[in-house]
Design a protein around this ligand. Structure first.
Ligand code: GLU
Length: 472
């Protein structure tokens, strides 16, 4: 009988890297330097929980400093371990390179089940973790900038910021020490939904490509395509919502307690409210329960979006997956074995390190906002509106015609912060999709989109290292 071996996530990332490196011309030394994790910080610290002292295990890994600061989320989960954090940090390097965000890759994690702690206890753990990072110079607007990830959100980022501010009084750019903050604490509008929206923009662009769709036997466009989303956290929920808004039919949603299905389509926001009220996704009106969450991954559909954790589609269940397109909203949801299976069957896998880059892209916008100390749109909104009103007035006068109230509002509108953030994100995702697809098309031997994405990333990071020069 085959022995069930532990999933080695970092090794899987290295495998994908090596597969792609063959299509580049970099010196083996440069490739080796790109691949390695530059700095690994593993810590243990005590926190008083109730009347007991708990020793908490946590990590921060900086994979690459070819551009600084390093950037990447912080995960709170019992499954956090060094291998996982290293793999996720490496993915951040490649992700930032693909979307031209000038950061190195990093990731952090605390090995706890956040549901087992009160908000007060979580705050203590988060603040202590932050002080450990400060002590070792592993955080700062020019050093390493954390963000939300699985199990963390705006609340945790606000605690990190407050701890940093109290230990670095007077540091003018301190707000840029963490992103994904609440808007009232220096966050940027649009960050919360950014990863999900980026997933939608990326897949929409792929669906608009005639040649890619005809290979799959699909029409172009997102409209009327059937979608299954696994994971109703921040990423999955927003991705599902934007697909529905874009005219797709979300036929199944999955969470760890189970999954629900309705071929006519699910109202994503109503499902979210239902889960909040009842504590479970199951028993939603009009939908069928699927008792095993993973059953949703095997449903017939056009687009499957795994938006939870790594290693959910592997050599075991990949042969039963029936989707035509798989959009990796999570980091590492497919193992290399699953990849091989999908290449064989002609299923299009849209890879994580570019598809879920919307989060870090908008984190970059947030960081820029923090460094510039001004809200996007503040300087030009009124000017644009006055100019638009003037142009419209002139046109109406010259033509003797007037536009209706709705059109007037649309034409006059000067960009708010969220408009600028979303349009920057849309442009970034479209440009990245095209760059990867062009690389794939231009290189006959590249077997899949993931390898093409790695080739693009390796070339960009390689160029940065080569231009920096290597110390003799
Ligand atoms: N945790 C997110 C990711 O995996 C966001 C990282 C960031 O904004 O720095 O991409």
């Amino acid at each position: 009988m085959a022995v069930q071996t532990e999933y080695k996530f970092f090794e899987a990332v290295e495998k994908s890297f090596d597969k792609a490196a063959k299509f580049t011309n970099w010196d083996p030394g440069i490739l080796e330097q790109i691949k390695q994790c530059n700095s690994v910080y593993r810590m243990h610290f005590p926190v008083k929980i109730g009347d007991k002292i708990e020793v908490i295990k946590a990590y921060r890994v900086q994979h690459s400093q070819h551009k600084t600061p390093c950037k990447g989320g912080i995960r709170f989960s019992l499954s956090v371990n060094l291998d996982e954090v290293m793999a996720l940090a490496a993915l951040m390097t490649y992700k930032c390179a693909i979307v031209n965000v000038p950061f190195g890759g990093a990731k952090g994690g605390i090995s706890i089940d956040p549901r087992k702690y009160s908000p007060y206890e979580l705050e203590k753990i988060t603040r202590r973790y932050t002080s450990e990072l400060i002590k070792k110079n592993f955080i700062g607007p020019g050093i390493d900038v954390p963000a939300p990830d699985y199990g963390t959100g705006e609340r945790e980022m606000a605690w990190i910021l407050d701890t940093y501010l109290s230990m670095r009084p007077g540091e003018i750019d301190a707000l840029g020490c963490v992103t994904g903050k609440p808007v009232t604490q220096g966050g940027v509008r649009g960050r919360r939904e950014a990863t999900g929206l980026g997933v939608f923009y990326g897949i929409r662009e792929v669906c608009n490509m005639k040649d890619a769709m005809s290979k799959l036997g699909l029409d172009t466009g997102v409209e009327r395509k059937t979608v299954v989303v696994q994971g109703m956290g921040n990423v999955g929920f927003h991705a599902a919502k934007f697909f529905k808004q874009g005219g797709a039919r979300v036929i199944a949603l999955a969470e760890y307690e189970g999954a629900i299905m309705n071929q006519k389509g699910l109202d994503v926001e109503e499902v979210f409210e239902h889960r909040k009220k009842t504590g479970s996704i199951l028993n939603f009106k009009g939908a069928t329960n699927l008792p095993k969450s993973s059953d949703a991954l095997e449903l017939e559909c056009d687009i499957l979006i795994p938006a939870a954790l790594e290693n959910v589609i592997n050599g075991e269940n990949a042969p039963r997956v029936k989707a035509k397109i798989i959009g990796e909203a999570a980091n590492g949801p497919l193992t290399p074995e699953a990849d091989e299976e999908f290449i064989k069957r002609g299923i299009l896998v849209v890879p994580d390190m570019y598809l879920n880059a919307g989060g870090v892209t908008v984190s970059y916008f947030e960081w820029l906002k923090n460094l510039s100390h001004v809200r996007y749109g503040r300087m030009e909104k009124r000017f644009t509106e006055n100019m638009n009103a003037h142009i419209l007035g002139q046109m109406e006068e010259l033509t003797g015609k007037t536009v209706n109230a709705k059109e007037r509002e649309f034409i006059m509108h000067g960009a708010e912060e969220v408009d600028l953030v979303n349009s920057g994100l849309e442009e970034t995702m479209i440009a990245a999709t095209r760059e990867i697809m062009d690389c794939w098309k231009g290189n006959a031997g590249i077997p899949d989109m993931r390898t093409a994405a790695y080739v693009v990333a390796i070339n960009k990071v390689g160029t940065a290292y080569a231009e920096l020069g290597i110390f003799p």
